[in-house]
Design a protein. Structure first.
Length: 294
C-alpha cells in the first residue's frame, strides 16, 4: 500500500513542472481511465444525477458523468501543482474574485462555506496566498499514512494555519476560531444523521449538517460563501469570494441548512460537471426508507 502511495506522490512531483495545459490533458486522460475502471463510482455519479436532474435523459446524464470524470482526473493530478509549485506560479494561475481579505479585516471570525466542487483544494490555497488571516479546516484522515502525511504537508506548506482531522475533538478548532482564525468549512457531505437533518437537496431529502449554522451562531461568525472553478486547458482557476450572508445563521438551524442547500444547488447549476457527484450524497435515509443506491 505504501509503495503505491509513494509511486503516486512521485508521479505528482514529476509532472507539476509541466505547463498547466499539458497537465490538464494528462488529467483528462486519467479521468477517462477512471471512468472506464471505477464502475462503482461511475454508477454513484449516474444515480446522483438521475435524482438531482430527472429532466435529463440517460444519454445526457452519461455525457455529464464523462465530463465530470475528466475534471476529477485533472483535480487529482493537479494537486501536485498546488502542493509543490512556487508561490509566484500559483498566484498567476489562481484568479480570485470578490472580497478575499474579509477575514483579515473582520472584527468577527469568518466562516468560509466551500461546497465540494472538484477545485476546492484550489480554494484552500487561495485562502492562504491572497489574505493573511490564519486558517483552520477539517479533513478526512487517510487510512494510508504515507498519503495522509503528504496531504497534510501539502495543505500546510504555507505555514498559515492548521488542519484538524474529523475524528478529533472540535475543541482545538473552536479555540483557534476564538483567537480570530478563519474556518474553511466543507458543509455538504453525508456524515450520517448525527447533528444533521433531512432537508431538500434538489428536492430529495438529504442528511445535511446543522453544525455550520450552530457554530456560526455560537461563535458570532461572519459567513462568506466561496466557490472554486477549474478553467479549461491551461487557463488556470477561478475562486469567487462572494458577499457574506447578512441573514444567516438564524435561530433555526434546519431552515439555515435548507437555505444553504438551495445556494449550493444554484452554484451546481452554473457548473454541473465540476460538482463531486461520485460521493453518495443521499446515503443516509429517513427511518424506513430503502437505500437510493441499490
Amino acid at each position: 500500500m505504501s509503495l503505491g502511495a509513494k509511486l503516486g506522490i512521485g508521479l505528482l512531483r514529476a509532472i507539476y513542472r509541466l505547463p498547466l495545459g499539458a497537465q490538464a490533458a494528462l488529467g483528462q486522460g486519467l479521468g477517462r481511465l477512471l471512468h472506464a475502471l471505477a464502475g462503482s463510482r461511475r454508477r454513484i455519479a449516474l444515480r446522483n444525477l438521475a435524482l438531482c436532474f430527472p429532466h435529463l435523459d440517460a444519454a445526457e446524464r452519461a455525457r455529464l458523468v464523462r465530463e465530470h470524470f475528466g475534471w476529477l482526473g485533472r483535480s487529482l493530478l493537479e494537486r501536485g501543482l498546488l502542493w509543490y509549485a512556487p508561490v509566484e506560479r500559483l498566484k498567476k494561475l489562481i484568479h480570485v474574485e470578490g472580497d478575499v481579505t474579509l477575514a483579515e479585516r473582520s472584527e468577527r471570525p469568518v466562516m468560509w462555506l466551500v461546497p465540494h466542487f472538484v477545485g476546492l483544494d484550489v480554494a484552500g490555497v487561495a485562502t492562504q496566498l491572497f489574505q493573511k488571516q490564519k486558517v483552520g479546516s477539517i479533513y478526512q484522515a487517510q487510512s494510508n499514512p504515507v498519503w495522509d502525511a503528504e496531504i497534510r504537508k501539502g495543505r500546510l506548506r504555507f505555514n498559515q494555519g492548521e488542519v484538524f482531522a474529523r475524528s478529533e475533538r472540535a475543541l482545538p478548532l473552536v479555540r483557534a476560531i476564538r483567537r480570530g482564525w478563519a474556518f474553511f468549512n466543507l458543509p455538504d457531505m453525508d456524515f450520517g444523521i448525527q447533528d444533521a437533518a433531512f432537508v431538500p437537496f434538489f428536492d430529495v431529502p438529504a442528511a445535511t449538517l446543522l453544525a455550520p449554522s450552530k457554530m456560526a451562531r455560537s461563535l458570532n461568525m461572519v459567513v462568506q460563501p466561496v466557490v472554486a472553478e477549474m478553467l479549461p486547458g491551461g487557463q488556470g482557476y477561478k475562486v469567487k469570494f462572494l458577499p457574506p450572508w447578512d441573514d444567516w445563521p438564524t435561530e433555526d438551524p434546519q431552515a439555515d441548512a435548507a437555505r444553504m442547500n438551495r445556494w449550493i444547488e444554484e452554484q451546481i447549476r452554473h457548473c454541473p460537471a465540476q460538482y463531486l457527484w461520485v460521493h453518495k450524497r443521499f446515503k443516509t435515509r429517513p427511518a424506513g426508507e430503502p437505500s437510493l443506491y441499490g
